[in-house]
Design a protein around this ligand. Structure first.
Ligand SMILES: NC(=O)c1ccc[n+]([C@@H]2O[C@H](COP(=O)([O-])OP(=O)(O)OC[C@H]3O[C@@H](n4cnc5c(N)ncnc54)[C@H](O)[C@@H]3O)[C@@H](O)[C@H]2O)c1
Length: 281
């Protein structure tokens, strides 16, 4: 690879806002970008988690600030955007990582079997829980983008990476609310990519496969025994590479999408899934 190509991946001196940056996957992104000279604003509903991550970035020689920020609160989002701009200048990179699942939006069985009772059937799903999952994953992405992209459009430069999921391509069993919400994230990624295509702002998404973080645990691990549940064995069997993802697996594609290396790429949802979405029998 010659230097010119490497330079196109260079992010040194840029500023990124990462929502959910205190979490497992986006925390790894914060770490990696910090080592590349990116100024990292870690936004999380938990100030403690944001601070721990920001300190880790700083401890590795990077530059970071922590913010308590709920992606469903436009006032907090606006305040964060202004604080980042005052500290470093306006962010030109955004990662919409805050998201997650909630058992209230998931059925306990794959299939409705009229003859067999289940702990939580489709008919038991709590509308408030369903709405919470939809709001967190989709509205959180929409609201954050609306606030942070205004400055990018004004300056004619920016790259936004949303975090979608395997459940967006084809809904996963049980996780009804999460699948619908992530499908909306992918759809919105494409819509906004087109809408901003004359404004110098690119919009793409990563669709992680299965990464054993806290939010996967309740569906994959038996909390009493610590054993893998049948669903976990199904996932591994359906992942040609035969393992869960590791947070660092996301970093290569993330850097590509954030940087000028992907300057003609907008509106794509990149699976990072060990082959899961390509596999049939
Ligand atoms: N773990 C996986 O296998 C997997 C797979 C596909 C997609 N994803 C997605 O990747 C992203 C990160 O997942 P993770 O596994 O690292 O989860 P995580 O729970 O470790 O991280 C999520 C972070 O978001 C924060 N958060 C929650 N609600 C928030 C709010 N309202 N405002 C701001 N921050 C909030 C949490 O405090 C947490 O730090 C999520 O969007 C998730 O849906 C994860």
């Amino acid at each position: 690879m010659n230097n010119t190509i490497l330079q196109r991946f260079d992010l040194d001196g840029r500023t990124v806002a990462i929502t959910g940056g205190g979490g497992a996957l986006c925390g790894a992104m914060a770490d990696a970008l910090g080592t590349m000279g990116v100024k990292v604003a870690v936004l999380d509903i938990s100030l403690e988690k944001a601070e721990i991550r920001a300190q880790a970035v700083i401890g590795s020689g990077g530059t970071a600030l922590a913010f308590a920020c709920d992606v469903l609160d436009p006032i907090q989002l606006r305040e964060c955007c202004e604080a980042i701009s005052s500290a470093w200048g306006p962010p030109d990179l955004l990662i919409n990582g805050a998201g997650g699942n909630d058992p209230r939006g998931s059925t306990s069985a794959d299939f409705e079997e009229p003859a067999r009772a289940t702990a939580q059937s489709f008919f038991d799903l709590d509308p408030a829980g369903f709405r919470h999952v939809f709001d967190l994953n989709f509205m959180g992405t929409f609201l954050t983008t609306q606030i942070f992209s205004r400055g990018m459009v004004a300056r004619g430069r920016g790259s936004i990476v949303n975090i979608s999921s395997m459940s967006a391509f084809m809904p996963l069993t049980k996780v009804a609310a999460y699948s619908a919400a992530k499908a909306a994230v992918s759809n919105f990624t494409q819509w906004l990519a087109v809408h901003f295509s004359h404004a110098g702002v690119r919009v793409n998404a990563l669709a992680p496969g299965f990464f054993m973080t806290e939010q996967l645990r309740f569906l994959h691990i038996d909390s009493a025994t610590g054993e893998l549940l049948p669903r976990a064995r199904q996932v591994i069997a359906h992942t040609p590479m035969g393992r869960y993802g590791r947070p660092d697996d996301l970093v290569g594609a993330l850097v590509w999408l954030l940087s000028d290396a992907s300057e003609f790429v907008t509106g794509v949802v990149v699976p990072i899934d060990g082959g899961f979405s390509s596999y049939s029998i």
